[in-house]
Design a protein around this ligand. Sequence first.
Ligand code: PBG
Length: 327
Amino acid sequence: MYFPVYRPRRFRRTENLRRMVRETRLSVDHLVYPLFVMPGKGVKNPVQSMPGVFQFSVDQLIEEVRSVVELNIPGIILFGLPEKKDELGSEAYADNGPVQQAVQKIKQTWPELTVITDVCLCEYTSHGHCGIIEGNEVHNDATLEILAKVALSHARAGADIIAPSDMMDGRVAAIREALDEDGFDQTAILAYSAKYCSGFYGPFRDAADSAPQFGDRRAYQMDVANWQEALREVALDVEEGADMVMVKPALAYLDIIRRVREEFDRPVAAYNVSGEYSMIKAAAANGWIDEDRVMMEVLTSMVRAGADLILTYFAKDAAGLLANRRV
Ligand code: PBG
């Protein structure tokens, strides 16, 4: 049926008509708020490259989590910084490390809040790579053992979901096995399955102090040009026991989110990463775009592409807008 009989504009005439035929809806239920936790007391450091984002010591983090809970955001993901970095990133699995302490405290106060922990070594290693260095390379299998230890320490602290972001081969299986051996069969794994070697992580490396000190991450993170490989990575992680899979970054990879959603029977998370956040903040600060509008447009596009969950530094801002129904 064609014009003039069929006219698509008929359903765009009023807001109520548009509401009735709207196909996807962003809801607070989709949002996960990332938080950076560091050693010390009374620390709340603004991250220069990410306006509105801070590094918190555990005591300050609790106040921030309170505001997250008040906004009805269902989950957070924690990234940690160590007291001292070393070659092996050994503080990553310290039972009294900032992440482990934060998880314990948060769970005491808000047992219902979903606490996800990022498992990686780049914040904890002196060289800033996501694994153990041998020669000039990240040694895959030696790294697996440490990642499993980190995951276990997070599970012992009470994390609901462990999220490995290192991109080593076989890490999901190694972590699942370690968790099950210690009786953590209810601790879930969210695998950063299709994690690309992206320039959009730039601001995060300030927040997590995790820039590689030599070389780059191309030998473990994915080539931005590849999509078939993303499907293979997801297939492997599902096979190894991932309960949920992630595509990261999100905005430049909506095609990957859509394909993963269509081809796999697992919830799909999208990581709206630091650079995606900061470029909107910067353009808005210059008066070039309407921040709220562009934020909601971008987050909605991720839901439309098929994401069940969005990890985003905009979570609080978006939850606030959604609660007030201003969008
Ligand atoms: C750690 C990790 C990174 C991010 C999440 N986990 C950085 C990286 O891989 O360099 C990026 C998150 C963001 O940019 O918001 N491996």
